[in-house]
Design a protein around this ligand. Structure first.
Ligand SMILES: CC(C)(COP(=O)(O)OP(=O)(O)OC[C@H]1O[C@@H](n2cnc3c(N)ncnc32)[C@H](O)[C@@H]1OP(=O)(O)O)[C@@H](O)C(=O)NCCC(=O)NCCS
Length: 253
């Protein structure tokens, strides 16, 4: 842990956060700065084999900052954890340079977490490239690789590798921009597809019901017409006000 690294971290926060009015404010009031500084110490102890002492220091840091960084995690330079409360960074996570992480983010072990001690010593946590931004509450789980300059929207859940220069949103995370180009339309919206197929099935059943009631009516001419909706099928349209159509055409997405 060198003074130049500490100064570099202070500068990175001051340069990126418009809420910071002075470097002194960063030193006194930024839990992310405190957690990263303590991590530099605990990581050195961890790599020197002083595991319990390293974990104890990391634990004290967690108590005071609300940010849990396992001393085994490898952090690059100028990592900025903004706000920070609820951030969890697992033992084998690797974080590149100039990464920004907001509150509530987990870099977790994914499925390996339930395999217990069998995975001890194995790489279980994600690797983030340089320049990654992780929005608040995002979950990145398992030994996956998030490429350079990826932006992860708040609330996303990532379980698979993400290519460089992408924006990922949603649960599960989907790449909606790559190299500045929108790619959302190439990715199927599974929920919308399922609803669309159910809607088509309902239309088919309504048609069958109509022909059955027409049959019954022809056998019993005195019976009044069925009250089944006889509207013609119409393809979903972006201007339709049917709530299902509104959803299928991207409401709230
Ligand atoms: C994801 C993010 C990094 C992308 O930033 P950006 O490159 O400036 O791009 P935008 O904000 O314009 O978002 C790009 C697209 O992602 C969508 N998007 C952004 N956040 C989203 C979210 N949480 N869920 C779903 N979609 C999201 C936007 O609607 C936009 O879609 P569009 O192009 O179809 O309109 C940015 O939205 C971000 O930083 N989010 C997290 C911020 C955060 O956690 N702040 C906490 C401060 S307290």
């Amino acid at each position: 842990m060198t003074l130049s690294r500490i100064k570099e971290n202070i500068d990175a926060i001051y340069d990126q956060d418009p809420a910071a009015r002075s470097r002194l404010e960063v030193v006194l009031c930024y839990p992310g700065f405190h957690a990263i500084t303590v991590h530099q110490l605990s990581h050195s102890l961890w790599t020197a084999g002083l595991y319990t002492l390293a974990r104890f220091i990391a634990h004290l840091s967690r108590v005071t900052t609300g940010i849990e960084i396992h001393p085994g995690a490898t952090l690059g330079r100028r990592v900025f954890i903004d706000h920070g409360m609820g951030v969890v960074i697992g033992e084998t996570a690797v974080i590149g340079d100039d990464v920004v992480i907001y509150q509530g983010v987990t870099l977790g072990a994914g499925a390996a977490a339930r395999m217990g001690s069998a995975t001890r010593g194995m790489k279980r946590h994600p690797t983030l490239g340089n320049g990654v931004i992780v929005g608040s509450g995002a979950e990145i789980q398992g030994d996956i690789t998030v490429g350079d300059n990826v932006r992860i929207a708040s609330g996303s859940i990532l379980l698979k590798d993400v290519p460089d220069n992408s924006i990922v949103v949603g649960v599960p995370g989907r790449v909606i921009y790559r190299d500045g180009q929108k790619v959302k339309d190439e990715v199927p919206d599974i929920e919308a597809e399922a609803i669309k197929s159910l809607k088509e099935r309902i239309h088919k059943l309504e048609k069958q019901l109509l022909s059955v009631s027409a049959c019954i009516q022809s056998l019993q001419p005195s019976t009044p017409m069925s009250s089944v909706n006889e509207e013609e099928d119409e393809p979903t349209s972006p201007t339709s006000t049917d709530p299902v159509d509104v959803f299928l055409h991207g409401a709230g997405i």
